[in-house]
Design a protein around this ligand. Structure first.
Ligand SMILES: C[S@@+](CC[C@H](N)C(=O)[O-])C[C@H]1O[C@@H](n2cnc3c(N)ncnc32)[C@H](O)[C@@H]1O
Length: 222
């Protein structure tokens, strides 16, 4: 049975209390955030982090780029509540919004960069999310999606085996599927970077080609 947004909400509301102390922080989430942070450039003034969780990455962006307007969006009220606890005065310009990545509550062309770390495999309609990300990006804006790398046997065992057993029917895309999905949803100059080790991950980056009418069949990309 396909994984649903209700399952995602329940999973992360339940995880939210201990999420920031979870050992996965050290071995997966923090190295991932470092890769994303290292890929930002000073011109990235309006940043949207989709599936922001407790907002750790969003707050780091604000610390490093103090003039950036940073918005984090997440489905789980529990995760956002943990994020708001760290919303102290100097970081107050991080805006945390509750919402579903499949229907982003933002205007067209409103961000320079959209990021998404370890959340994409939870989305029931992944093509719809990439089209939404494309819509809210300005022409030439960048999308960076980072998720577990299941292209080699160890990653497949972890993400298609163990994670599915623990979380339900989530779906980690292969590098090729990410690439094709980006292309069909209006991105170009696509590139990919991998991080190896015991918890491998893959970052796919693309630039929004606009004006753009999503091609028919985008949803059948995979
Ligand atoms: C593993 S956490 C990653 C959080 C954060 N990006 C990080 O790197 O720490 C996945 C997050 O995706 C969120 N999520 C799952 N499905 C979502 C959806 N459809 N829309 C928005 N957020 C979603 C969950 O609530 C959870 O906070």
């Amino acid at each position: 049975m396909a994984y649903t947004t209700t399952q995602a909400r329940q999973e992360f509301d339940g995880w939210s209390e201990r999420y920031d102390r979870d050992p996965l922080q050290r071995f997966l989430f923090q190295p991932s955030h470092r890769m994303l942070l290292g890929s930002l450039v000073p011109g990235d003034r309006r940043v949207l982090d989709v599936g922001c969780g407790t907002g750790q990455f969003a707050y780091q962006v604000r610390r490093i780029h103090p003039v950036a307007e940073v918005v984090g969006l997440d489905l789980s009220a529990g995760m956002l509540a943990r994020g708001r606890e760290r919303c102290q005065e100097p970081l107050a310009r991080v805006r945390l919004v509750r919402g579903d990545s499949q229907r982003l509550p933002f205007r067209d062309d409103s961000f320079d960069v959209v990021t998404c770390a370890h959340s994409f495999h939870h989305y029931p309609d992944q093509a719809r999310v990439v089209r939404e990300m494309h819509r809210v990006l300005r022409p030439g804006g960048r999308l960076m999606i980072l998720d577990g790398d299941r292209d080699r046997w160890w990653g497949r065992l972890l993400f298609d085996g163990l994670v599915v057993m623990l979380e339900g029917a989530v779906r980690h895309l292969s590098g090729t599927s990410f690439w094709k999905l980006f292309e069909r949803c209006g991105f170009d100059h696509i590139s990919q970077r991998r991080h190896g080790g015991p918890l491998p991950f893959l970052m796919t980056t693309g630039f929004a080609r606009k004006p753009h009418v999503p091609e028919k069949g985008c949803e059948q990309a995979l």
